[in-house]
Design a protein around this ligand. Structure first.
Ligand code: URA
Length: 263
């Protein structure tokens, strides 16, 4: 962080925080309701430092920040987009106080997938986490049809060919449980860690080994782990430690699967 003053137009600062449009803010400032550094401002284009200068509206201090980082426990039935003509989006789950920052989902979960979704307006961080060259691991929990086991684990570790001919990078499969329903349908509870993010990747990987995903939930993305105390559909801001862990995240040797020459 440089120590220099970082000034911006006052109307830009207030608009970023959702206090109104530029023309609404012009009026508000003209009415003498805003102070910067203790002085009443009359020109909404005045340069202020949103961090160093105390800005007040109607006597209340305004706290500025550029970025927001939100962990959403995505429920099924909403889509991972910022807007959609038909369906509810993950942004519809946020209150206006956070919508004003224009956050967007970092990567996509299918409409029927639940679990960890990071939302931010920090384009650089999102770009880094999604970069195909970074191979940020993502861990999913799933119910799949059939009793999967060592054979599927070996195949996933070697890479499987998806329906479009793409050969997946090595992935780590852990089988947690096997069950049989009253109707005699066999299924497995699994955890799968993949290091890429192809369209419907987990579902297509199980199809490639003759199974089918019936329930899917994302548990983690790189160092960020779903907070299991967050109810479905709820969100919270990331802690300073979680933000720092994402910013400084580099895959460590143990993440890189043994014998994988394609990473
Ligand atoms: N893989 C899938 O098939 N769906 C998701 O939502 C995420 C990963």
């Amino acid at each position: 962080m440089s120590g220099g003053k970082k000034t911006q137009r006052l109307d830009k600062i207030l608009a970023h925080l959702g206090y109104g449009t530029r023309s609404e803010l012009k009026k508000l400032v003209k009415q003498g309701r805003v102070t910067c550094g203790g002085k009443v401002v009359k020109d909404s284009g005045l340069q202020c430092d949103p961090i160093a200068d105390v800005i007040e509206l109607d006597g209340e201090r305004i706290f500025y920040r550029e970025f927001v980082y939100l962990m959403l426990h995505k429920p099924p039935g909403v889509i991972s987009a910022t807007e959609d003509a038909r369906d509810r989006t993950v942004l519809d789950l946020l209150p206006v106080d956070f919508q004003v920052f224009s956050p967007f989902p970092v990567g996509r979960l299918d409409k029927d997938t639940e679990g960890l979704l990071l939302l931010t307006n920090d384009g650089q961080l999102a770009h880094d986490l999604l970069s195909p060259r970074k191979h940020v691991p993502k861990t999913y929990e799933a119910h799949v049809l059939g009793h999967v086991g060592d054979l599927e684990a070996i195949r996933f570790r070697q890479g499987v060919t998806l329906d479009d001919g793409y050969m997946t990078l090595p992935a780590e499969l852990e089988v947690l449980d096997h069950s049989i329903s009253e109707e005699g349908v066999r299924s497995s509870l699994i955890r799968l860690t993949i290091s890429e993010g192809k369209f419907h990747q987990v579902k297509r990987m199980f199809e490639a080994v003759g199974s089918q995903v019936t329930y899917l939930k994302r548990l983690s993305m790189g160092p960020l782990v779903l907070d299991e105390t967050l109810p479905l559909g709820e969100f919270r801001e990331l802690t300073a430690e979680e933000i720092e862990a994402l910013r400084t995240y580099k895959r460590v040797a143990k993440d890189i699967l043994a014998g994988n020459e394609r990473l």
